[in-house]
Ligand binder design. Structure first.
Ligand code: BG6
Length: 300
């Protein structure tokens, strides 16, 4: 099934196929991992390194439609995070996860990993909520690690300010039994019931209620300890100063049409980003690249 969104030859490890809802996706099967990546949103929907269970969570109730975001995997949030600052009608988390991206490069390396590069040129004329000429690229490496790099370029003549996130959904046995380390002593904006500045203190993050936090001033790696799945997931990052941690819990899960009422215990989001106080200002002609790398290891 050819697609105008694929502008490069594919190595034998990558096939283009019709995915959920008929949306085109790339199925990667190499010596180190399996992955599914949709052109809609340049969205990594699944990743399973050899010898492990799937690492990313995907809702059984996700929309699979051109105008809707995918609920699970790694949505790309850009150029704003959450609701738009002034336009209530603008899509949440920006437009990048709602648009088709173009595959411009695909190759295998000698370590058995597959590299995919996607480009997004926001539609012209630009949306009224985002009148800034820019280009975005996302580089995905599917291997024993999953590596993501989001590159934003200012193609205009004036500076602009943007937010971004790699909104990674992880599969866990039961969010009530996991711990997340790496953010001890870090300040965070608690977004549950208004926005309050708090500090994590010495303890790892544990989940006992709805959790929606923007950890600020942190470039730290985070580790999800999941005794139920007998594994830990490590998220390392660069050029990201915020980490968002989210679980909707009971009521918010019920309120979301594309999220099953009973699905919240099996997921947690640990998002690599530059949001809120860490929005990035980019000079004309400049570019900014944020990366995240995910590894998984078995625990005894
Ligand atoms: C998180 C935000 O990153 O994404 C939450 O911090 C939000 O506030 C969640 O509810 C899901 O957003 P959406 O737009 O995908 O439903």
């Amino acid at each position: 099934m050819p697609s105008p969104l694929v502008r490069t030859a594919l190595p034998p490890t990558v096939s283009l196929e019709a995915g959920e809802g008929g949306l085109p996706r790339l199925a990667v099967a190499n010596a180190t991992a399996r992955a599914l990546v949709y052109l809609h949103g340049a969205h990594v929907a699944a990743w399973r390194p050899m010898g492990h269970e799937p690492v990313l969570w995907m809702s059984r109730h996700s929309s699979w439609a051109a105008a809707k975001p995918i609920r699970g995997g790694v949505p790309i949030c850009f150029p704003w995070f959450g609701p738009h600052a002034t336009d209530k009608g603008a899509p949440g988390h920006g437009f990048a996860r709602l648009l088709d991206w173009t595959l411009v490069a695909a190759r295998d390396d000698d370590r058995g990993a597959t590299h995919l590069s996607f480009e997004l040129t926001p539609p012209a004329p630009p949306p009224a909520t985002w009148p800034h000429p820019c280009a975005a690229a996302c580089h995905v490496t599917v291997g024993a690690s999953l590596e993501l790099a989001l590159e934003i370029r200012n193609t205009g003549t004036e500076p602009f300010t943007f937010e971004e996130a790699l909104h990674t959904y992880f599969a866990v046995q039961d969010v009530r039994t996991i711990e997340i380390s790496g953010l001890a002593g870090t300040d965070y904006l608690d977004k549950v019931g208004g926005t309050t500045l708090r500090n994590q203190g010495p303890a790892p993050i544990r989940f006992t209620a709805e959790t929606d936090r923007v950890y600020v001033n942190t470039q730290a790696a985070c580790t999800i300890h999941d005794p139920g799945m007998r594994r830990r997931i490590v998220v390392r990052k660069s050029r990201s100063n915020a980490t968002v941690v989210w679980n909707p819990w009971v009521d918010k899960a019920q309120a979301m049409p594309d999220f099953g009422d009973d699905e919240w215990p099996q997921m947690v989001c640990v998002e690599t980003g530059n949001v809120n106080v860490h929005a990035v200002t980019l000079a004309a002609g400049a570019s900014h690249t944020m990366t995240a790398a995910i590894d998984v290891a078995a625990i005894a």
